[in-house]
Design a protein around this ligand. Sequence first.
Ligand SMILES: [Zn+2]
Ligand SMILES: [Zn+2]
Length: 305
Amino acid sequence: MSVESLANYESWDLTMNQLPKRSHLYSLQPIGFGTPTVESFTSYLQRLAAAHSVSIASLIRYKITPLFIQNNQPPDLLKADDAIKMLITAWHREPALLQQQSAKFWLDRTQHVFKVVSIVEKLTARRDLSFLTLLQWHSWRLNFNHIFHTEQRWCPGCYQDWREAGKPIYIPLLWTIEAVSVCPVHQRYLQLRCLYCGCFQPFLNLECHCLGYCCAYNAWLGRFFDNTAKSQGSRFDWEKWAAQSIGQIFAAMPTLSESSFSPEPQKFKYQRKPTLTKFLRWCYKLGINPHEGLQILSIIPSVLS
Ligand SMILES: [Zn+2]
Ligand SMILES: [Zn+2]
């Protein structure tokens, strides 16, 4: 047989594919990152628990609490004996540690939130989860007392839209902020009680992971009564503007300058720190957008754009 008559096959590419970094838990992507309706950390934890088919209480107790007490290393980086010892210690010493349901406990810019977020970032191999809390606001000159609602609020219109579009149900960080009472998308007041049983909803439902359903009777929270008549007038206009403004701030957070978070002491125009609502009222009266306001009113030292 001559050489010319042999078939010529393509050569194989034997270079190894680069495998992405492995994570201990699913590296679930936060919903709405860099938008006004970025997901809240409590919502993220509930979706993470659901993705693993465990309750949020179990996720916290078996995955987060041991690391919170001992150190920040995922258990698979430790010897098995050490991991078991950590778990037993956590179980006996602090059975109720982190079993809290308030927004303030999970979303404020405190040391323990920083620690929990760091642990979940390591477990999921992510670096963007602090944007689902107010941690990025830690150096802002605001009075953070009462910055969160004490009870979860939600927009039935958003829930219903997401369900009909086949999108995941989640809770935006925006809905947890006390100054937000209106959904900027549907331009109606957020709901506070389940229409079926009248009960409030916790920010973190420890026993259930079905977002969008009542914690007591599992009723769909996408039902609403018509409150269009209340959704007008100057007061409503202000509340809508406030919700839109806070949404704009959340959307801009990933692009804000690192220098905004510098611990360097700054000279401020005002000695007393305003509440978020007061700051927004100043912007509203001055006719400036909240981006400009953050800088002009010295809430943060500088903003990129
Ligand atoms: Zn809505
Ligand atoms: Zn209910």
